[in-house]
Design a protein. Structure first.
Length: 399
């Protein structure tokens, strides 16, 4: 019997498949602006110095390699809560926050999805249009029904706040709304503090449940300001979820380190929620991996390493801002008949360029410059060396 005859070929991942195509490209001047990984001006993903020191200390103080608890260690929970919510809110919320270490932000989203599907059973889960390409797949796999709300204005290449708020006001109570806490992926268009306050108040009135995807803390304005949205919801008293990732701001991509935080209404409710979060974890991966979590604990619990980390995040963020400014300036100086100043208004590694799918394909096939078909680019992939080629390729495309 041919047991797998009925298995069909799965569609290629829209981002990861580009990485494979990039690797196969023989052009020595190829440029990858598709994958969401920070690189320095040499095109390399750096290992942070604070991470190297933390790993050195871990090697000098080995521990038995037994399983971690399903939700990770209490130390990890406390330290990641503080970074996410701030010390004052963390203390005021106390045991109302349920936290579990997860395999990256993706693991946190899947745990949240499974918990929501089993325990809340919303009619829909709402995603921004556009959103991270993997959001829909994660929540569909958790048996949820993704729908979209308006978010981005393709004409101005910025936030369409009026349409966004209008849609949020129509989402029924009990549904879940996924929001990007900062550095919106893929558009780079973020809410202001005043807008976050309005959205948090709206959630309280409307009764829908927020789920904040917090993957880029520190890459927008700074570690504290980037947490404004999360903390606005925490201060409002509404129950909500946060998916936290340390892939970007600690450079721990292959260590897969994240957390799911669930803010509940009271301690008794937190106990019940925690029990169900554990079931979601047990039926997914049972226990989180230890090494990355120990790195996070080592850095966040040591004043010297923590200060070094804050400075290294600032350096990465500064490079991103500088690249955005240099890119917009270079496009203007090349005489390209399109205004790219919007790049300076967006935050984080990603930007929607306004390029069409056909133009994205042309950049790949004619210039070996790899961007996502949607027109999204990772601006961190732009370096001083490859900027002239990128500008000339775009000029030839638009002229």
């Amino acid at each position: 019997m041919a047991h797998f005859d009925s298995v069909t070929q799965a569609p290629a991942d829209p981002i990861l498949s580009l990485t494979e195509a990039f690797k196969a490209d023989s052009n020595p001047e190829k440029i990858n602006l598709s994958v969401g990984v920070f690189v320095d001006d040499n095109g390399k993903t750096p290992t942070l110095k604070c991470v190297l020191e933390a790993e050195k200390r871990i090697q000098e103080n080995p521990i038995p390699k037994g399983y971690l608890p399903m939700t990770g260690t209490p130390k990890y929970a406390a330290l990641t809560q503080e970074i996410c919510f701030g010390k004052d809110l963390q203390e005021s919320l106390g045991k109302r926050i349920v936290t579990a270490q997860t395999p990256g932000g993706t693991g946190a989203l899947r745990v949240a999805g499974d918990f929501i599907a089993k325990n809340i059973e919303p009619e829909n889960i709402w995603l921004s249009n556009p959103t991270w390409a993997n959001h829909g797949g994660i929540f569909k796999a958790a048996s949820l029904a993704p729908q979209s709300y308006n978010y981005f204005d393709k004409e101005t290449l910025g936030l369409d706040y009026e349409a966004f708020i209008k849609d949020l006001k129509e989402i029924p109570a009990g549904d879940v709304v996924v929001l990007h806490a900062c550095c919106h992926n893929p558009t780079g268009a973020d809410l202001s503090p005043e807008q976050w306050d309005e959205v948090a108040a709206l959630a309280t009135v409307q009764g829908w449940i927020p789920l904040l995807d917090f993957a880029y803390q520190g890459f927008g304005t700074d570690l504290e300001t980037d947490a404004y949205g999360v903390r606005a919801f925490a201060a409002s008293g509404v129950p909500f979820f946060v998916s936290q990732s340390f892939s970007k701001n600690l450079g721990l991509y292959h260590d897969r380190v994240g957390a799911i935080h669930v803010v509940t209404s009271n301690d008794e409710e937190a106990g019940r929620v925690a029990s169900q979060v554990k079931i979601s974890i047990r039926t997914n991966y049972s226990n989180p991996p230890a090494h990355g979590g120990r790195i996070v604990e080592e850095i966040l619990s040591d004043d010297t390493l923590r200060s070094q980390w804050v400075n290294e995040v600032a350096d990465m963020r500064s490079r991103i801002h500088k690249v955005r400014a240099n890119f917009a300036t270079a496009m203007a100086e090349a005489g390209i008949n399109r205004d790219f100043s919007f790049l300076n208004e967006q935050n984080g590694m990603f930007s929607f360029t306004g390029f069409t799918k056909e133009q994205a394909i042309a950049l790949r096939e004619e210039h070996s410059i790899y961007i996502v078909d949607s027109g999204r680019i990772n601006v961190a992939g732009i370096t001083e060396a490859n900027l002239p080629k990128i500008v000339q390729a775009i000029k030839s495309l638009l002229d």
